[in-house]
Design a protein. Structure first.
Length: 193
């Protein structure tokens, strides 16, 4: 597939078929994330890969807001949990490059999934959003996730990626999505803001 087509096709898909992904595709997608840039070449991101049914069953309760509204998201046979290692501390950096690096690795994996004929969805693990919750509840939810999957201290969970085969009956992207996309001229500035 041409790169321009990969970019055009990439979208966040929240409904998947109940189909497995070939192990070699999983490895190819994961390896793509390693090709992203890394500030100071720290390479501090890490991914918890869940492909076994029991692991996925333990994972989805940590994403109640995703599973309630789009239960077919649980059909995704691959879930990555992105974290950034403690080596991130670089006081001279003007931005949180540990998060930027991890985001770049994530987008490369999402693009690799599209190139392989799959789709993906990047999301955050939050407690149930039906009620207002204090920051301490979010921290406790993330800590329960860390405990469940043995994520070591010093690894900050950043997000999750579900990858799988797009559901065949998934409705087309809303027509207004293109209309809502910002005009090129509103975010590109040549020579001067």
């Amino acid at each position: 597939m041409e790169f321009a087509e990969v970019l055009r096709r990439r979208r966040m898909v929240r409904e998947f078929e109940d189909r497995s992904i070939a192990p070699e595709l999983v490895e190819r997608i994961l390896a793509s994330g390693q090709r992203g840039p890394s500030a100071g070449y720290v390479q501090g991101f890490a991914f918890l890969v869940l492909t076994e049914a029991d692991d996925l069953r333990r994972f989805w309760p940590f994403a109640p807001n995703q599973t309630r509204y789009k239960p077919r998201v649980m059909n995704a046979p691959l879930a990555d949990r992105a974290s950034y290692l403690e080596r991130r501390a670089e006081p001279r950096w003007p931005a949180p490059y540990w998060q930027i690096d991890t985001g770049m690795a994530a987008i490369l994996m999402l693009l690799a999934a599209v190139d392989a004929g799959l789709d993906g969805f990047l999301f955050w693990l939050m407690p149930d959003a039906k009620a207002a919750y204090p920051d301490s509840e979010v921290a406790a939810h993330v800590q329960r996730f860390r405990d469940e999957f043995g994520i070591p201290d010093g690894c900050d969970p950043i997000g999750a990626i579900a990858i799988g085969h797009r559901a065949e009956d998934l409705p087309p992207q809303r027509a207004n999505v293109t209309a809502e996309r910002r005009e090129y001229e509103t975010f590109i500035h040549h020579g001067r803001w």
